[in-house]
Design a binder for this molecule. Structure first.
Ligand code: PHE
Length: 357
């Protein structure tokens, strides 16, 4: 090949390189074609090997021509590499814009919850749907709210029903969640729809069904024309929602100074199915929902006119309900910190409950 042909050949190689590199899609593809042009056995490399075959006086010109071509093609490759890099980062950026960091993420259900917490969430959910608010009263109470305002005066024998932890300052640890009733009446005035879940304390000997520290959930509904029919309807709905089926219940008269008439609502023991066990004291029934129509005296303590308004109240045994629902035989397990008694997310019922986690 004479020097003229060499110049033409070099021109063709450069034009080829420009054409090929114009639509190279990626760094990877660029790397693959690089050796075809710039490698030792590539188009230019091969020509470099022929320098010696030219007469000595032409060699430096041949060398210069090839070197220039080599530089130009190398520059082309570099420019292409820059172009690809910048377009790749543009597409990365556009991919990133499809991800909206302000959207709420999918929260995995993590951790197990205490059975009492699990049923408390369910109860709150059921009652919130019925328009009830969730109230919390103090665990350390005054005698007034725990007894007096609930129609249990100092000399009333009913004070013996609940053995009380008295505090040195004359206050006490609430023996039930009923103090929330009068507090709610003072706070809202009629009409009222609220529940008050919380911890209660009694100075008691413990056994499979008694603890000195346990949970109740108070319920209170006050309005014009509230009757026992409303009470029973709400109680049934509550148990149906918690157990996700009809539960066998029985209603019998019960005495509590702050309701008139008062009832004990028992449910079929879910541990033994009603045949009798230690949890239900061999009766087949578990006292779960003491309730009744709010006593006129209690309404008066709450500054509500009993001639205009009536209401019902209940004191759901949250701890017992959790035992029935999760098949826990011994109430003492609830306060022992036994991790095996906790409820995994998969056993929590209802979408709202899972979302709460
Ligand atoms: N406070 C009562 C108890 O703990 C239960 C109860 C509440 C009864 C509300 C009637 C109405 O024994």
């Amino acid at each position: 090949m004479d020097i003229e042909q060499l110049r033409t050949e070099v021109g063709t190689i450069q034009a080829d390189a420009r054409r090929v590199l114009a639509d190279i899609p990626s760094v990877q593809a660029l790397r693959e074609v690089r050796s075809k042009f710039l490698g030792k056995k590539g188009a230019l490399g091969r020509l470099m090997g022929t320098v010696r075959s030219y007469p000595p006086e032409q060699r430096s010109e041949v060398g210069q021509t090839l070197n220039q071509a080599n530089k130009a093609v190398t520059a082309l490759f570099e420019e292409t590499a820059r172009r690809i890099a910048s377009s790749e980062s543009v597409s990365e950026a556009s991919k990133a814009s499809a991800f909206d960091p302000t959207l709420p993420g999918v929260r995995p259900a993590l951790g197990n919850v205490h059975p009492v917490t699990a049923v408390q969430w369910e109860i709150e959910h059921v009652f919130q749907r019925l328009g009830f608010t969730v109230e919390a009263g103090p665990e350390m109470e005054t005698e007034y709210y725990n007894f007096e305002a609930l129609n249990i005066p100092a000399d009333h024998p009913a004070r013996d029903m609940q053995d009380t932890f008295w505090l040195k300052n004359g206050w006490l640890l609430r023996t039930h969640t009923s103090p929330v009733q009068v507090r709610a009446m003072e706070k809202f005035g009629p009409p009222i729809r609220c529940i008050g879940p919380g911890r209660c304390f009694r100075y008691e000997t413990t056994d499979a069904s008694h603890e000195n520290t346990f949970h109740q959930c108070e319920g209170l509904m006050i309005d014009r024309n509230i009757s026992i029919a409303n009470l029973i309807a709400v109680m049934k709905l509550l148990l149906r929602e918690v157990f996700r089926r009809e539960v066998k219940v029985r209603l019998r008269p019960g005495f509590f100074p702050f309701v008139e008439p008062g009832f004990e609502l028992d449910m079929n023991c879910q541990i033994c199915g009603g045949s009798g066990c230690a949890t239900c004291k061999k009766s087949g029934w578990v006292e779960i929902l003491p309730c009744g129509m709010v006593h006129p005296n209690v309404l008066r303590y709450g500054n509500i006119d009993p001639h205009e308004y009536t209401g019902f109240a209940f004191g759901l045994g949250l701890t017992r309900l959790a035992m029935m629902k999760y098949g826990i035989h011994d109430i003492r397990v609830m306060n022992q910190g036994d991790l095996r008694a906790l409820v995994p997310p998969s056993r929590l019922t209802g979408p709202a409950i899972q979302a709460k986690q």
